[in-house]
Design a protein around this ligand. Structure first.
Ligand SMILES: [Mg+2]
Length: 369
């Protein structure tokens, strides 16, 4: 029925909740733990791994609705599986949990397909670059200015010449916090992310002040739901300051609307939210059609491979929260070299295996451990 390729035999779903190493917050959200939803698919003696950072309900949805439509399908026919999954969640609505669920399965299938072909995922996708420049991302609003200085300064000293900090929880203190960061990072590129915390006039005033501190990236200065507002800030921001958004894009129509509105200078997409590698490649094509670069949001282990295949690539996010988890739980997680991630083409798939024994203490849902 599904051709001659190997069939997907099993699909395991588990969830792990990992406490952060301290309270973390951005301009509009606070968290003290992060949940990783893991999907493992088996075919012909190989196992593919995918994941998303999402609520445990995502794992339940995968097991209940997506595993039944994926099991038995040709492991290599990812577009067919993608379509079947989208039909399976039609009545739930595509954005949010449903799309994150699809994302985890899609990534697992891409990892599996590369493993079945015994090539790295970047080789399967085809590379435009041999490495992906990264920016260190953290500087949470729960951190003192000294803590932000230490974290961002460490990245620069380690050879990552771009760093991002959170702003927006206490707008009146933001310019001083950004100035403190600038004081320790020398000439490194400085990015700020308000996570939609400012209103339009506030964002315009802050943009002028940040420009004096050499800020080159202003992410979500206003809510990403306010496309006209993003466009206003983009048009009036100082030369050299790039407006970025897109992390809440769960489907291609979201990115299409954001691009049509002229809302961003750099489009962001997250393969753990926007229907996996399949959706990420679609977002990249949409950005390309608008003559704009694409940057990846979070989950560096997945994005290192797929970002190498994007010609008009902007540096991708090396998010401290996820870096910590992926180094802890993935054997083979990439370490930065010269401010970039270099996928290892000698290892099949994503080049990683999940450390089940180490993860067992964080297990909150699923058949394992
Ligand atoms: Mg952001």
């Amino acid at each position: 029925m599904y051709g001659d390729g190997p069939a997907i035999e099993r699909c395991r779903v588990t969830a792990y909740t990992i406490p952060t190493d301290g309270p973390e917050a951005d301009g509009t959200y606070h968290w003290e733990a992060t949940t990783l939803v893991l999907v493992e698919v088996d075919a012909a003696g190989q196992t593919g791994m995918g994941y998303t950072y999402a609520d445990v309900a995502t794992a339940q949805l995968i097991k209940g609705l997506l595993v039944p439509v994926v099991r038995g399908r040709n492991a290599c026919d990812i577009p067919g599986a993608s379509q079947a999954m989208m039909r399976a969640i039609r009545n739930l609505g595509r954005p949010g949990i449903a799309s994150m669920a699809i994302s985890a399965v899609d990534v697992a299938m891409w990892d599996l397909k590369a493993r079945l072909l015994d090539v790295a995922l970047v080789t399967l996708l085809g590379a435009a670059h041999e490495r992906v420049p990264i920016y260190g991302s953290g500087g949470f609003t729960t951190y003192s200015p000294q803590h932000v200085q230490a974290q961002l300064g460490d990245w620069v000293r380690e050879g990552i010449p771009r760093v991002k900090m959170k702003i927006g929880t206490h707008p009146e203190a933001d310019v001083a916090r950004v100035a403190a960061a600038r004081a320790v990072i020398g000439s490194a590129d400085l990015y700020v992310d308000a996570n939609g915390a400012y209103d339009r006039k506030q964002a315009l005033a802050q943009a002028a002040a940040f420009a004096d501190l050499g800020v080159v990236w202003f992410e979500e200065p206003v809510s990403s739901d306010d496309l006209d507002g993003l466009r206003l800030i983009r048009d009036r921001a100082p030369t050299g300051m790039h407006i970025a958004a897109g992390e809440y894009g769960y489907d291609l129509w979201y990115f299409a609307r954001m691009l049509a509105a002229g809302a961003v200078d750099v489009l962001q997409a997250d393969a753990t939210r926007c229907a996996g590698i399949t959706g990420f490649l679609g977002a990249a094509k949409l950005a390309e059609a608008h003559h704009l670069p694409l940057s990846a949001h979070c989950a560096p282990t997945i994005h290192a491979h797929v970002a190498c295949s994007i010609p008009q690539l902007w540096p991708i996010e090396y998010f401290s929260d996820h870096v910590r988890i992926e180094r802890m739980l993935f054997d083979g997680a990439l370490l930065p070299v010269d401010g970039a991630l270099w996928p290892d083409r000698s290892r099949p798939g994503l080049g990683c295996t999940f450390k089940h024994a180490d993860a067992a203490r964080y297990h909150v849902w699923g058949d394992d451990p």
